[in-house]
Ligand binder design. Structure first.
Ligand code: GDP
Ligand code: MN
Length: 349
């Protein structure tokens, strides 16, 4: 039964949101979510938001991954929420455990020290398995073999604006292979030797670097040091072959052998960022400034009112993090030679 305006009892006029379904050709693309069974209800709001704003129109698949079997409840409830086909995969044990070359006592001592130093997640072994898995293994899961593109979604996140175009087709048609919404600076204490290890890798494998890479996004001194800038990986849209290809594969293996996922607390966000910055053409990295996004504690909210009105964004531009000093997105626009939205300085502090 169609909803008619002004037919409600309290006299307000409601506008029925059109969820016209797109039925043309689609990309080989999927959402991908790593989650625990107990994340179900915090994940549901994220899925509802992505479905309401985007996917109900396109019905892309959704792959869920977990290091233990998903519960029947998790599968039932998420399948009801997703408009596309849902798939549930178990992470193989070798993708979620210590590799043979890691000294487990040394790793445990590091966690103890980081607990004393109160480094966020510094005392957690599962968090390290998660970061290593997202860095080097999610794209190798057999459920992802069917796809070229992914969009990563985490619990407790939100999309703030309507997305009326096919994000994946946009990526393909515009020559984009990695896209982000929020960027910021990493806690140095979690990645003390990541850049030195990366430099060793670059010295040994100069031919793997893209000749038109974006080193100037992650380093302010032509590679001598890392400026800690990274794309926040809880939201990512990307081309799976970026990670599956020889350059990133060699890079991940090199990092994994160095042991920093366990002896430090290397995050998948800086690792992906360095990979994208070094192995892609700089024009292949995209900032989605039009869809709005939230993951505690940062909001991305388009500061241009016409964008918010056109896309029905439900966010407050005063909360926007994009142009603030601790964000790296302003630097991204500078090095990518992009025009910043008018008045961005007003949102800078
Ligand atoms: P934060 O965003 O860095 O605070 O980390 P989260 O707690 O959000 O974890 C990142 C992602 O990994 C989320 O999608 C979590 O659901 C997932 N995750 C974290 N730890 C585990 C775990 O031990 N097992 C599984 N299956 N998923 C996890
Ligand atoms: Mn998270």
């Amino acid at each position: 039964q169609a909803f008619k305006a002004k037919d409600n009892s309290n006299g307000f006029t409601y506008r029925k949101v059109s969820h016209g379904k797109y039925t043309g050709p689609k990309e080989k693309a999927t959402f991908v979510t790593l989650a625990r069974n107990e994340d179900l209800y915090s994940l549901l709001g994220s899925i509802a938001s992505v479905e309401d704003r985007f996917n109900s129109k396109f019905q892309y698949d959704w792959v869920f991954l977990n290091d233990v079997e998903f519960s029947e409840e998790f599968k039932r409830v998420t399948t009801a929420m997703v408009s596309g086909t849902t798939k549930y995969g178990l992470v193989p044990a070798e993708h979620w455990s210590y590799p043979s070359w890691i000294d487990q006592d040394r790793a445990a001592k590091v966690r103890e020290q980081m607990r004393e130093d109160q480094i966020i997640y510094g005392d957690s072994l599962p968090y390290r398995h998660m970061c290593r898995f997202e860095s080097g293994f999610f794209y190798r899961h057999e459920l992802l073999d069917d796809y070229d593109w992914y969009w990563r979604v985490e619990p407790d996140t939100r999309i703030y604006c309507d997305v009326d175009y096919d994000i994946f087709k946009f990526m393909k048609d515009n020559g984009k292979k990695y896209a982000f919404t929020i960027s910021l600076r990493e806690y140095e204490a979690t990645i003390k030797t990541l850049w030195d290890t990366t430099k060793e890798f670059m010295d040994k494998n100069p031919s793997l670097l893209h000749p038109n890479n974006m080193l100037d996004f992650i380093s302010d001194d032509n590679g001598a040091s890392y400026n800690l800038c990274h794309f926040w990986s809880n939201f990512e849209v990307g081309w799976l072959d970026l990670w599956r290809g020889p350059a990133y594969s060699a890079y991940f293996d090199y990092l994994d052998k160095a042991g920093g996922f366990f002896y430090e607390r290397w995050g998948d966000a800086p690792v992906h960022t360095i990979g994208a910055a070094l192995f892609l053409d700089r024009s292949e990295i995209h900032h989605f400034g039009d869809i709005g996004y939230y993951h505690v504690p940062f909001h991305s909210c388009p500061i241009d009112e016409s964008v918010r009105l056109n896309n029905r964004c439900n966010c407050n531009p005063n909360d926007d993090f994009t142009w603030k000093g601790y964000s790296c997105t302003s630097q991204f626009y500078t090095v990518a030679n992009l025009e910043k939205p008018k008045g961005w300085q007003k949102f800078a502090d």
